[in-house]
Design a protein around this ligand. Structure first.
Ligand code: SF4
Ligand code: SF4
Length: 123
C-alpha cells in the first residue's frame, strides 16, 4: 500500500501517458503496487485463472502516468504508452486468453474512455 496523500483521491486531469502491465511478463511480485502513489494497481487473483501465477493490473481511470511502477518493475513488464493508443495496448496485454475478453469493460473500454477523454480536451 502506497503511503501518499494522493491515494484514493480522484484524478484531476487525464495524463498523456498511462501504464500498461504485460501480464505474460508479470510475476505478481507487487513491487509496482508498493510504489504507486494513487494505489491504482491491484493483484488479479491466480485462483480466478488456474494454472497461472498471479499478476497485477492497473485501474486506468486513476493512473496519473507518473512512471514509478515502470521504473521499479524487475521484469520490465510495464510500458508507459501514449494515452491516445492505450486501448490497443490493453487489448494485447497478454495473460490468460480469457482474461481480457472477460474483463473487456473494465480494461479495454476503460482505456478507450481515457483516450477519448484526452482527445476531447484537445478540441
Ligand atoms: S504510472 Fe504511476 S499512477 Fe500509474 S500505475 Fe504506475 S505508479 Fe501508479
Ligand atoms: S513490478 Fe512488474 S513483475 Fe512485479 S507485479 Fe508489478 S508488473 Fe508484475
Amino acid at each position: 500500500m502506497a503511503a501518499s496523500s494522493l491515494a484514493g483521491k480522484p484524478r484531476k486531469v487525464i495524463p498523456k501517458i498511462l501504464a500498461v502491465i504485460h501480464a505474460d511478463g508479470c510475476t505478481g511480485c507487487e513491487a509496482c503496487l508498493e510504489v504507486c502513489p494513487v494505489d491504482c494497481i491491484y493483484k488479479v487473483s491466480p485462483t480466478e485463472y488456474p494454472g497461472l501465477q498471479g499478476f497485477c493490473d492497473i485501474d486506468l481511470d486513476r493512473c496519473i502516468g507518473c512512471k514509478h511502477c515502470a521504473q521499479v518493475c524487475p521484469w520490465d513488464a510495464i510500458d508507459m504508452v501514449d494515452t491516445i493508443d492505450v486501448a490497443y495496448h490493453v487489448a494485447v496485454k497478454g495473460g490468460p486468453p480469457e482474461y481480457v475478453a472477460e474483463e473487456w469493460d473494465n480494461l479495454v473500454d476503460a482505456a478507450q474512455r481515457n483516450a477519448e477523454g484526452l482527445l476531447a480536451k484537445k478540441k
